[in-house]
Design a protein around this ligand. Structure first.
Ligand code: SR1
Length: 360
């Protein structure tokens, strides 16, 4: 299917294909690796199918909030570049609606499907149908239940480890902590595994309250819960809030209660709006462990495109995060995502699921 133009180009194409076949993402450096120079131009001709246009269904569980908006923007930009029509649906938090949307995508015989979040029990039956029908599928942040699908995730264990490393440093390893968590979301469950172990390893850290809600206004709901938890536990030193909507809500609560000097927030994810919250004067949100969400959306589309072209991907792609601190953002004068990714090139991973016929 892929015709390399020169012998040298063929060698490059084979090397790149090998890159996309690993069991985990190839970019693992946390801070300073730059995109490879070899990624500058296409090394293969466009498969005929892509010249004609390819349909990929993106079936989402959630769509509101900075993380999901950035992720979609990245996916759409990559789709445009690859001549892929991305047909986007969202369950808007309704799992049955997401399952129906997924069934519909399978019935419409799209060229590939990306499932973005979701609960295993609601999406796995339709994922199995897609696999049985030979429709390539990428599952982001949800267990597809079949090795035929590519499982894409951020390295959630590392996300929690980085944020909790900062929390340990900030608290000196002792103190009352509020934890924000909702069970059932695969990334949050994986981060929770690290938190559970962290508490065992650090007996000076005491979880005095667990709060959390995921809905269309997560940040304000978490703010209300965090206010109540802070009022009930006046000695709290830190809030572990490993999702940016959680961290934004926690920050609002701390500010409204006038506790900025006492309570620090350790979060996950980033957006330009989050950078604004983290860097504002006296902000309690002092660190966040994150990937670049739009980069992850791009990778999902690239992985789907490679599968449509008959390339091997995965079965697992895991995107490494970096720790971003308030200090680092302020010192670097970083005010938006573009400046952040320039400062931390490892957040951009062009060699993960690289498409050899595309210009990165
Ligand atoms: C409700 S799940 C939210 C998480 O999904 C993505 O993995 C983001 O990192 C976010 O924290």
């Amino acid at each position: 299917m892929i015709h390399a133009r020169l012998v040298g180009a063929l060698v490059s194409a084979l090397a790149l294909t090998a890159c996309s076949q690993g069991t985990t993402a190839t970019a693992t450096a946390p801070a300073s690796s730059a995109p490879s120079a070899a990624a500058a131009s296409p090394t293969a001709s466009v498969p005929a199918k892509f010249a004609a246009g390819v349909r990929v269904a993106l079936v989402r569980q959630l769509s509101s909030g900075d993380y999901f908006e950035q992720w979609l923007a990245g996916a759409q930009a990559e789709a445009k570049g690859l001549n892929v029509t991305l047909e986007v649906s969202s369950g808007d938090g309704n799992n049955d609606k997401q399952a129906l949307n997924l069934e519909q995508a399978v019935n419409q015989k799209v060229d590939a499907i990306i499932v973005d979040h979701g609960f295993a029990q609601t999406v796995q039956p339709a994922i199995k149908k897609a696999a049985d029908a030979g429709i390539p599928l990428v599952a982001f942040d949800v267990d597809p239940g079949t090795p035929k699908a590519v499982a894409l995730s951020q390295d959630d264990h590392q996300i929690a480890e980085l944020a909790l490393g900062a929390l340990k440093e900030g608290t000196g390893g002792t103190g009352d902590v509020i934890y924000v968590y909702v069970a059932g979301f695969a990334p949050l469950d994986r981060r929770n595994e690290v938190w559970t172990q962290f508490k065992k390893d650090n007996p000076g850290i005491k979880e005095v309250a667990q709060i959390g809600v995921v809905n269309n206004s997560t940040a304000s709901a978490v703010a209300d819960q965090a206010k109540a938890a802070l009022q009930a536990n006046p000695g709290v030193k830190a809030i572990f809030a490993p999702y940016d909507e959680f961290a934004k809500g926690a920050a609002l609560a701390v500010k409204e209660l006038g506790l900025r000097d006492q309570v620090k927030i350790y979060g996950a994810d980033i957006s330009t709006a989050d950078i604004g919250v983290i860097t504002e004067p006296d902000s309690p949100w002092v660190a966040t462990a994150t990937t670049d969400p739009s980069n992850v959306g791009r990778i999902a589309v690239r992985a789907a495109a490679l599968l449509v072209a008959g390339e091997q991907v995965g079965p697992e792609l895991k995107i490494p995060p970096a720790l971003v601190t308030q200090q680092q953002l302020r010192d670097g004068g970083i005010a938006n995502i573009e400046q952040l990714t320039a400062a931390i090139p490892a957040l951009t991973t062009p060699d993960v699921a690289r498409v050899p016929w595309a210009t990165p």
